[in-house]
Ligand binder design. Structure first.
Ligand SMILES: [Zn+2]
Length: 129
């Protein structure tokens, strides 16, 4: 069976191969918590599926919106937040995370993808057009 890999795992490989490159510099200062919800992050394990709190790298300005892969445009986020944000505007999602996701983490100690998605749907419905 083919070995599964994920982007975050490849990032660590790239950082090791080129310590002076973007990923090398970025990975030197990794934190242990998600930028958005502040839940504790776990390292991705090669060959295993990501869990809700696996460390992922999110682009502040999405790549599809012209955001580059530079140290200033990268954020460490949990898999749940990264998947829920998608290509949504950074500021909107950051405000949402502050008021909806962080209290969830403070109360339960974790944020699952299901909870993040459910809260995001509720929040988006409240934003006037
Ligand atoms: Zn998060």
């Amino acid at each position: 069976m083919a070995k599964r890999s994920n982007a975050s795992y490849k990032v660590k490989d790239r950082a090791k191969r080129n310590p002076d490159g973007v990923w090398g510099i970025f990975c030197k200062n990794l934190e242990s918590k998600c930028h958005y919800c502040r839940q504790n992050l776990v390292e991705p394990i090669s060959g295993k599926n990501q869990t809700y709190n696996t460390r992922t790298f999110d682009h502040l300005i999405p790549a599809s919106g012209g955001g580059g892969t530079t140290t200033k445009n990268l954020l460490e986020t949990c898999s749940a937040c990264n998947n829920t944000r998608g290509t949504s505007d950074y500021l909107t999602f950051a405000i949402f995370a502050e008021f909806y996701l962080r209290p969830q983490v403070e109360e339960l100690g974790l944020l699952t993808r299901h909870n993040a998605n459910r809260l995001w749907s509720t929040f988006k419905n409240k934003i006037p057009d």
